[in-house]
Design a protein. Structure first.
Length: 203
């Protein structure tokens, strides 16, 4: 058995949000927005030029079109998407209240438990309940069968070597559980809202 204790901070959640936005980046949406803008510009400016007949008289419409284009670009930009997710998730309120969770991760032979004592959260996961492990800048992300991501902060480790040992161990056990599921009993979830910003997991 091994225990890791860490506190998730603003930069950890920002890192996850940035990664999540990049993962869901929609090229189709950007292409559709660009096409819509070109059509809108053609119709808008075409009508204005037809009525006024010269460029100087159309400076106003050109400025309006520029503002519309800038607004559209900002709306679909990763920076704006990150801002919206931060606001809607309630993480800003948690930051102001100083309620980012302190997490205890316990690693057993057949699975893990993740606890946030202050929130009464305790989740158990067998290794066969964990679909995979990913590494990003500040976090290890454990993808689970209950459609959440469990966060393990790199700040919990004393060195790069310890991080690599953790990653290798988790990867080995996850793969073994896929090959021999009968060896691993499924964990049980004791808190219904473990995926909320109050806990260490996220959708």
């Amino acid at each position: 058995m091994k225990e890791l204790n860490y506190r998730l901070i603003k930069e950890d959640y920002k890192n996850w949000i940035r990664w999540n936005v990049a993962r869901h980046d929609s090229k189709k949406l950007k292409i559709a927005s660009a096409i819509f803008f070109v059509i809108f510009a053609f119709l808008f400016l075409g009508r204005s030029f037809a009525l006024a007949g010269n460029f100087k008289a159309n400076i106003g419409p050109v400025l309006v079109l520029t503002m519309v284009g800038a607004a559209m670009y900002y709306t679909i930009s990763p920076q704006n998407q990150e801002r919206v997710i931060w606001k809607r998730s309630g993480l800003g309120r948690l930051e102001k209240a100083g309620r980012f969770p302190e997490v205890k991760l316990t690693i057993f032979e057949k699975g893990i438990t993740i606890e946030v004592a202050a929130e009464g959260v305790r989740n158990e996961y067998s290794f066969k309940d964990i679909l995979g492990i990913l590494e990003i800048e500040r976090l290890f992300l454990l993808e689970t069968k209950d459609k959440t991501w469990q966060f393990v902060a790199k700040s919990a480790f004393e060195s790069q070597e310890k991080m690599q040992e953790f990653y290798a161990f988790m990867e080995e056990r996850i793969e073994d559980a896929k090959a021999h599921p009968e060896k691993y009993e499924s964990g049980r979830e004791e808190t219904p809202d473990a995926g909320s910003p109050d806990g260490p997991a996220a959708e």
